[in-house]
Structure formats: structure tokens, C-alpha cells
Design a protein around this ligand. Structure first.
Ligand SMILES: [Cu+2]
Length: 183
């Protein structure tokens, strides 16, 4: 109603009119996202290890919590051509990492992706990732009902030295909140 009135009463009203139309069209989708994803899966403490020139791969780390059981099934980012969820596993006496098709996030439990454990591997980096840079990550989760939901986060890049300090901090604290938790 308002949009129509604006359209008629203002000479430059084609913009407000089209924006209002767009907002109306997008509303059901926004409500759906809010109900299924944002209200459910919470990602905190996300960071990416900064890289040096010529380095083509790095890791992204975070804590993930969901009130219902979900699986992290895929990750994407504009800074890398390939993003995979990796686990660390013993291969004989050698610790190696390998891709997993999905990472279980049990209901109500915080799953930590950290150096030496589960992590998101960013490969075929398009450019070096500088300390302090912001890296957007899109995480896709699948619920028990097979419904998929995506969660977008901004991860800050940290230099390897800062990352190492954060990792040892995380190891001392089972919550692994990288200092941003308040107990
Ligand atoms: Cu890896």
C-alpha cells in the first residue's frame, strides 16, 4: 500500500517502489532462514591462519554449537577455490589430515575446530591472506530432516605467531573460547 502511494506521489518514486517490492518478495525467505539457521547453529571464535607469499593452503578454525543435531556438510569462501572439512588421524605413527564428508555437531555440544584437530582447509588460495584480513566463510549444515541451512561468518586472519598463542590458550581451556568467553 505504502509503496503504491509513494509511487504515485513522488516523481522519483520508482526506486522506493522497486525496493519495497523486493523486500516483500524476499520476506518469506528471510523468515525461513531466521527460523531454521540463525536461531539454531551458533559459530563463535572463528579465525583463519594468515599466510605468506606462495602459500596455497591454510586452515580456518571455530567453535560450532547447535541445539539440535546437525552436520557440517560443506564450506565455501571467496578467497579459495577449494574448502574442505578435515580431521586429523593417526596413520601408523604419523598424524595426518584427511577430508571428512560431514562433521557431526551433536545437540547442545560445542564442537571445536582447532589446530591439530578438526579444521576447515582452504586450498588453492587466490591470494595470500594477510594478518588482520577478514575472510568470509559460508558453512552449510544439514539437519536430521535433511534440510540444509547456511550460516555466514566473517573470520579474522591471524599471523602464525598469534595463531600459535591462541592455540596454546585454547589447549589450556577446554572451552577454547580464545579469550572471548565470559564465565
Ligand atoms: Cu587440512
Amino acid at each position: 500500500m505504502d509503496a503504491t502511494m509513494n509511487f504515485r506521489s513522488s516523481t522519483s518514486a520508482s526506486r522506493p517502489f522497486s525496493i519495497a517490492s523486493l523486500a516483500r518478495a524476499a520476506l518469506p525467505a528471510l523468515l525461513l532462514c531466521a527460523g531454521l539457521a540463525q536461531a539454531q547453529v551458533v559459530v563463535t571464535g572463528q579465525w583463519v591462519r594468515a599466510t605468506v607469499a606462495q602459500q596455497k593452503a591454510t586452515g580456518a578454525f571455530m567453535q560450532i554449537k547447535s541445539p539440535t543435531a546437525v552436520k557440517l556438510v560443506s564450506v565455501s569462501t571467496p578467497v579459495a577455490e577449494v574448502a574442505e572439512v578435515h580431521e586429523m588421524a593417526m596413520d601408523g605413527s604419523v598424524m595426518r589430515m584427511r577430508p571428512v564428508s560431514a562433521l557431526d555437531i551433536p545437540a547442545g555440544q560445542t564442537v571445536e575446530l582447532k589446530p591439530g584437530g578438526y579444521h576447515v582447509m582452504l586450498m588453492k588460495l587466490k591470494a595470500p591472506i594477510a594478518d588482520g584480513e577478514t575472510v568470509p566463510l559460508t558453512l552449510v549444515f544439514e539437519g536430521a530432516d535433511k534440510m540444509r541451512m547456511s550460516v555466514q561468518v566473517q573470520a579474522a586472519a591471524r599471523s602464525p605467531a598469534a595463531a600459535a598463542a591462541a592455540a596454546s590458550e585454547g589447549a589450556k581451556d577446554m572451552h577454547g573460547g580464545h579469550g572471548d568467553h565470559k564465565h
